[in-house]
Write a protein that binds this ligand. Structure first.
Ligand code: ADP
Length: 889
């Protein structure tokens, strides 16, 4: 602690607005006003030996005065009369320059001499203004005798107020002062003890108490509290030691009491805070923090919004109760808690489900429905008729529990689009649920909520998506569901399709019944066989066997092309696909029962045309913008005609449509064979395929039925040295393998009759293995209908005679050579027609099935009906069966 210093008679004065520096205290002041900057610069910064300056309290004009004030140029007034100065001379060291230059400032007549402990200088950018930060230590009190200006700041003639060392020593003998000192120290100690419990840094203050003289201690203690300006001033004015000590004791004591009271209150409040209140407080804090971070997802509000949504969902009363219970649980949870999001997701589903919402169903107009079906679909007369009947029944008896319609047929024959037409006719929403590959019952019925990541089943999910409880729901590919250890989806579907049970459909996730009785179900399948019989029993199968090339052509011209053009933003003015080209696409690029690939190929052409058109259009627009002369074909022809138009400028205001019209003739694109090859690549199929494939003996042409409709299936047989084993390849099922055994046995049994062993120099039947392969080896195949084809291929192999390339066959064969009827005749005949095969061998008993085959197809084909395998062989080889069997059967 500094010893009493020599005080010069004159001190430069730094004004200290509404604050007081007491001896022993240390303050940090930022000087920004020109006058105080000048003062610091001249009195402290530029001087080698840092001198003292005086810090004089200044009162704001609005704070009406207590205490003595002086004016510049006047002697101090011992009676304490305050005098005034002008603020533009001396500004506030803490504030910027005075706002009002004529503002009157009130100086206090006592101040404290101070020594600079630290100085730092700063230059503000970009103004270049200099500022100082000064750390000052208060040393001793002085009285201002006279205040006068030195440049922009003030200097005062001062005299010392604090006692000298000798005077102090004498004063300390005073018993009153001793008593007061003790009292002060005791109070100070008490304060230190209280503070010690709160903060550990009071050790230094304690040490001060031992070493610093008591009169200085009083100033230091008071300087460390927050007290009013008036109190600070009166402390500064307490020159008398006794007065100073008693004032300081009073202030220290007051501070001590206020700390104690505050402590008591906190303790009391803390005791009263229950656990939930604490949580509430913490949550409030958290919300405040979130708000501060701009993270405004307010969970409370979210839950309230969820509740509102639930209220408007129209749940039945018992489900509403259940939902409320769940909501209460959710409210008690923290968003970070593990079950929170699952509980929330569940409630969201409850709120989203269409408990009552339905699409309004106007009076059904059957004529309009028929028109809409005709408009969207070509042909399919019987199918459309059946749909109209179905709708008529619904019209008469809306709650009729008719069977579920199930469209069965190969892909791309319009099953899905028919179902959506039904929805359109009924003015209901349409939702498609894909069941292909569903093996888990939970896919239909949902997982229980105890599972991690549990979800509702596809039906409930579909209803949530469509948001009405009476949509037309398409159960797509119902034949592709399978069953395994995870349960049987078909049994869940049984419940869904049963009008008695689906009123209270129970989804495991939802865990409350949902009424599916208002939903109209329609199903699709590629084949009937895989559909479990009980499920099939609930459905009415409507078969869509596939289209003939003529039908495909019509569908393409009437429906697919207009739709494809529209989808690509084109019109027939820009792209024309002539009938001949569509025929070529059907023949060379697609070999399917439906029209899906045909549509895809047309779309590819449209895309290519769109690119071309877009390029040309860009070119036209660019020209018109720049108002350049145009060298289009239109202009060229006009000029060539010899007319006097030399230049045509299209004004900028003309819209694009007009421009397009003007140049329509130049932009029109007509698809030709070259474009087909360029866009679709080289032809994928041709009629020569069969001829190429049966070019060697041992190959025969069969007709099979797959989920893609009818198909041509080649059968290849070969032989090599071995032990007489039969090898079969091509992913064959048990039935087809047995057919192969039967075929081989039949051929071996007839060796002599057929004179097969005489065919070559080597004996083809003895000590030889036989290998039969069904190409497209990756596709699984099964069924008995390849019997006749297998025999034909074996006979061809052993006889080394080629089978006719223009003939395909189908039929089951018995061990004794009878040919039995098979299914899918229409599809098979269509498939043969697609491959360009004009002769088809069919079992005689399949004659009735030919009625289904369009007559246009039959007209161009030769159908050969057979009873026995010998008849097949007779027809399959050129010039009939080369070995006239002497049948002994
Ligand atoms: P599926 O469900 O049988 O696999 P889609 O219903 O998806 O087939 O039909 C494929 C495309 O072929 C659709 O664009 C559909 O409109 C069209 N389509 C199929 N059959 C016809 C038809 N008879 N008339 C008009 N368009 C058809």
């Amino acid at each position: 602690m500094a010893e009493p210093v020599e005080l010069p008679s004159r001190l430069a004065i730094l004004p200290f607005r509404n604050q007081v520096l007491l001896p022993g205290a240390i303050i940090r002041i930022r000087c920004t006003s020109p006058s105080s900057v000048k003062l610091v610069e001249q009195e402290l910064w530029q001087k080698e030996e840092k001198g003292l300056i005086g810090v004089l309290p200044v009162r704001d004009t609005e704070a009406t005065g207590v205490g003595s004030m002086i004016a510049p140029g006047m002697g101090s007034d011992s009676s304490g009369r305050g005098l005034k100065g002008v603020a533009d001379v001396v500004g506030d060291s803490q504030k910027q320059d005075a706002k009002n230059p004529q503002e009157v400032i009130h100086w206090h007549n006592r101040g404290v001499a101070a020594r600079a402990l630290h100085l730092s200088r700063g230059v503000e950018k970009p103004s270049g203004r200099v500022t100082y930060i000064v750390v000052l230590e208060g040393l001793c009190r002085f009285n201002v005798q006279e205040l006068s200006a030195r440049g922009t700041y003030y200097v005062a003639r001062v005299n010392r107020l604090d006692l000298t060392k000798a005077e102090l020593e004498q004063a300390e003998q005073d018993p009153d002062l001793i008593l007061l000192s003790r009292q002060f120290k005791a109070t100070a100690m008490e304060l230190i003890a209280v503070l010690e419990q709160k903060q550990k840094t009071v050790g230094r203050t304690k040490a001060l108490l031992e070493t610093v003289p008591v009169h200085r201690l009083a100033d230091i203690f008071v300087a460390s509290f927050e007290i009013s300006f008036e109190e600070q001033l009166s402390m500064l004015d307490s020159v008398d030691l006794k007065v100073r000590l008693s004032k300081a004791t009073e202030l220290v004591d007051r501070h001590l009491q206020s700390i104690r009271v505050a402590e008591k209150i906190t303790q009391k409040v803390e005791g009263q805070l229950s656990k939930s209140q604490k949580e509430f407080l913490l949550r409030q804090q958290m919300r405040a923090i979130k708000e501060e971070l701009g993270d405004n997802d307010d969970d409370e509000d979210d839950v309230a919004a969820l509740e509102r949504k639930m209220q408007s969902a129209g749940m039945p009363p018992n489900i509403w109760k259940h939902a409320q219970r769940e909501l209460r649980r959710l409210r008690k949870m923290q968003p970070q808690q593990p079950g929170y999001s699952s509980s929330r997701g569940y409630l969201e589903l409850l709120a989203d489900l269409p408990w009552q919402k339905v699409s309004e169903e106007p009076e059904l107009d059957l004529k309009a429905a028929q028109e809409s079906l005709d408009q969207d679909h070509y042909g399919l007369v019987k199918v459309k008729q059946r749909i109209i009947e179905y709708l008529a029944v619904r019209k008469l008896k809306p709650d009729a529990r008719g069977p579920v319609l199930c469209f069965v047929g190969p892909p791309g024959v319009g099953k899905t689009s028919l179902a959506s037409s039904i929805a359109k006719a009924l003015n209901r929403k349409f939702v498609r649920i894909s069941l292909g590959g569903v093996k888990d019952e939970a896919d239909i019925r949902g997982h229980r909520r105890t599972y991690v990541g549990s979800m509702p089943g596809r039906l409930i999910d579909g209803l949530k998506r469509v948001a009405v409880s009476n949509p037309v729901m398409l159960l797509d590919e119902i034949d592709k569901t399978g069953s395994d250890v995870r349960g049987d989806p078909a049994s869940a579907l049984l419940e869904v399709l049963d009008p008695e049970q689906n009123k209270t459909f129970n989804d495991h996730y939802l865990n409350v019944p949902f009424d599916l009785s208002k939903v109209i179900f329609v199903a699709t399948a590629n084949r009937v066989q895989p559909i479990p019989p009980p499920l099939l029993d609930r459905m009415e199968v409507i078969e869509l066997p596939g289209y003939t090339p003529e039908e495909k052509l019509k569908i393409a011209m009437k429906h697919l092309i207009p739709r494809v053009l529209e989808q690509h933003g084109l019109s027939s003015e820009f792209l024309q696909i002539p009938e001949g080209m569509v025929k070529l696409i059907i023949q060379r690029y697609t070999r399917e029962a439906g029209v899906r690939n045909l549509e895809r190929n047309l779309a590819a052409l449209a895309r290519a045309a769109a690119v071309k058109l877009a390029e040309q259009k860009d070119c036209v627009v660019q020209l018109s913008k720049d108002v350049h002369p145009m060298t289009t074909s239109l202009l060229d022809t006009r000029l060539a005609d010899g007319s006097d138009i030399e230049m045509e400028v299209i004004p900028m205001s003309i819209n694009r449509q007009d421009i397009s019209n003007a140049f329509a003739s130049s932009l029109m694109l007509v698809v030709d064979e070259a474009m087909l090859e360029k866009v679709l690549g080289p032809p994928r199929f041709d009629d020569r395929e069969t001829a190429d494939r049966v070019a060697s003996p041992g190959v025969s042409v069969g007709l099979v039925w797959t989920s893609f409709g009818g198909e041509v299936q080649f059968v290849e047989a070969t032989t090599m040295v071995g032990k007489g084993d039969l090898h079969l390849t091509g992913q064959l099922g048990d039935v087809i393998k047995e057919s192969a055994q039967i075929a081989l046995t039949w051929v071996r049994a007839r060796t002599a009759d057929l004179k097969l062993s005489a065919a070559g120099e080597i004996n083809l039947l003895e000590n030889r293995d036989i290998h039969i392969h069904f190409p497209a080896g990756a596709v699984p195949k099964d069924g008995p209908s390849a019997g006749v084809t297998l025999v034909t291929s074996l006979v061809s192999l052993f006889s080394q005679k080629k089978v006719r390339a223009d003939t395909a066959m189908t039929g089951e064969m018995t061990l004794r050579g009878l040919v039995l009827p098979v299914g899918g005749i229409k599809d098979k005949v269509l498939a043969a027609h697609r491959y360009g095969i004009r002769r088809v061998i069919l079992p005689e008993r399949n004659l009735k099935d030919l009625a289904e085959v369009p007559s246009a197809i039959l007209a161009g084909m030769e159908i050969l009906l057979v009873k026995r395998i010998e008849d097949v062989l007779e027809q399959a080889f050129e010039g009939g069966c080369p070995w006239k069997p002497q049948s002994k059967l």
